[in-house]
Design a protein around this ligand. Structure first.
Ligand code: AMP
Length: 302
C-alpha cells in the first residue's frame, strides 16, 4: 500500500563534532521518502524554490518516489542550519528560513487522494492539516513535529492531533508539549489530545511506544561511528511507516516489528552526512541489521 507524505524538502547546513556540511540535501520529507522507499511506494507533497537542482529531484525519482506533488516555484528553497555537540541527541537550531513554504498552499494530486497511509512529516501544522483535509479515507494517519512548531503554532498543532492515529515525537519535545517531566505522564497527556499510538524517539537510547495500555521499548543500535544525526527521526518514521504500509497490518506485534525497521533505517542514516548512507542501502543490509537488533535484545524467560 502506498504512503502520501508532506513535509520539508530542504537545504541543510550542519555542524557536528566530526565535520560539517553546507547546503546539502535535507528536509523531513526527503529523509522520510528515501527511507520508506525501501519498503513501499511513496507519494511526495512539498515545495522547492528555483534554486533547487534537478539532480536532487532525480535522486528521489531514482528511489521510485512519486514527485508529482513536488512543486517548484519562484523563490528560495527552505533552509535549516543546525549544530550538534557531543550529545548528539540534541540538535541546536541556528537558523530556519521557511522561504517558499511560507506561501505554500498544497494541492494534493488526484492520484494521491486515496493513499491508505499518510505521514505528516515535520512542517507547519496548518500545512499538515491542509493536506490531510484533501485525503479521502486513510487507514492510518501519522504525524511528527518539533519544538519550532510546538512553540510557534500550538493551537494548530492541537487541532491536528485530534485527527492523528499515530504520533512520533522526540523525548524532549514530548515533555515540552505536555509540560510534564515524567515521560509516562507526558505520553498520557499527549494521547488525551487524540493519537491512540504514541512513539517517543529517544535518540541513542531507542524508542518507546505507547499503544492503549501497552508499552514497548526498542533499543537503538550501538554504533561505533556516528557522523550526523540529522534526519534520524525522519528515517525512523520512514522505516516504521514503510513497513506498516508494506504489510498493511496494524496489530501491536507488527507495529513492534515496524519500530525495529524504523530503528534500523535511523541507524544507517546517522553513519554519513545528508543522505550519503540512506540512499545507497541494499535490502540485505536492512534485513541483516534487523536480525542484529533481535540478537541485541533477546533474553530468556526466568
Ligand atoms: P530530524 O529527523 O528530526 O533530524 O529532522 C531533520 C530535518 O528536519 C532536517 O533535514 C531539516 O531540514 C528539517 N527541519 C528542521 N527544522 C524544520 C522545521 N521547522 N520545519 C520543517 N522541517 C524542518
Amino acid at each position: 500500500m502506498s504512503i502520501l507524505v508532506v513535509g520539508s524538502v530542504a537545504f541543510d547546513s550542519v555542524e557536528t563534532p566530526f565535520g560539517k556540511a553546507d547546503e546539502v540535501l535535507g528536509g523531513s520529507a526527503t529523509y522520510f521518502s528515501t527511507s520508506a522507499s525501501y519498503f513501499t511506494d511513496v507519494k511526495l507533497v512539498a515545495v522547492v524554490g528555483e534554486d533547487f537542482p534537478d539532480e536532487h529531484i532525480d535522486k528521489l525519482k531514482g528511489h521510485g518516489v512519486d514527485v508529482g506533488g513536488l512543486k517548484k516555484v519562484a523563490g528560495k528553497t527552505f533552509r535549516w542550519k543546525g549544530r550538534y555537540d557531543y550529545d548528539l541527541n540534541q540538535a541546536h537550531t541556528l537558523d530556519t528560513q521557511l522561504n517558499v513554504f511560507s506561501a505554500f498552499n498544497p494541492e494534493v494530486p488526484e492520484n494521491y487522494k486515496d493513499s491508505p497511509f499518510v505521514f505528516l512529516a515535520n512542517i507547519d501544522p496548518e500545512l499538515q492539516m491542509k493536506v490531510l483535509e484533501q485525503v479521502r479515507t486513510p487507514k492510518l494517519v501519522a504525524c511528527d513535529t518539533m519544538n519550532f512548531w510546538i512553540s510557534g503554532k500550538p493551537e494548530a498543532l492541537k487541532k491536528l492531533l485530534k485527527k492523528v492515529d499515530l504520533f512520533v515525537i522526540n523525548e524532549g519535545e514530548a515533555r515540552e508539549l505536555a509540560k510534564e517531566a515524567s515521560l509516562v505522564k507526558a505520553a498520557r497527556a499527549i494521547m488525551n489530545e487524540g493519537p491512540r499510538i504514541l512513539i517517543i524517539k529517544r535518540g541513542e537510547y531507542g524508542a518507546l511506544m505507547f499503544n492503549g495500555k501497552s508499552i514497548f521499548s526498542a533499543p537503538a543500535y550501538p554504533l561505533e561511528n556516528i557522523f550526523d544525526p540529522t534526519g534520524a527521526g525522519d528515517s525512523f518514521a520512514g522505516g516504521l511507516m514503510g513497513y506498516l504500509a508494506n504489510t498493511g497490518d496494524l496489530s501491536e506485534e507488527n507495529i513492534r516489528k515496524a519500530i525495529i525497521f524504523g530503528s534500523v533505517m535511523a541507524s544507517f542514516n546517522v553513519e554519513a552526512f545528508s543522505l550519503g548512507r540512506l540512499s545507497s542501502l541494499k535490502l540485505d543490509e536492512i534485513r541483516a541489521r534487523y536480525s542484529e537488533f533481535k540478537r541485541l535484545t533477546h533474553f530468556e524467560d526466568i
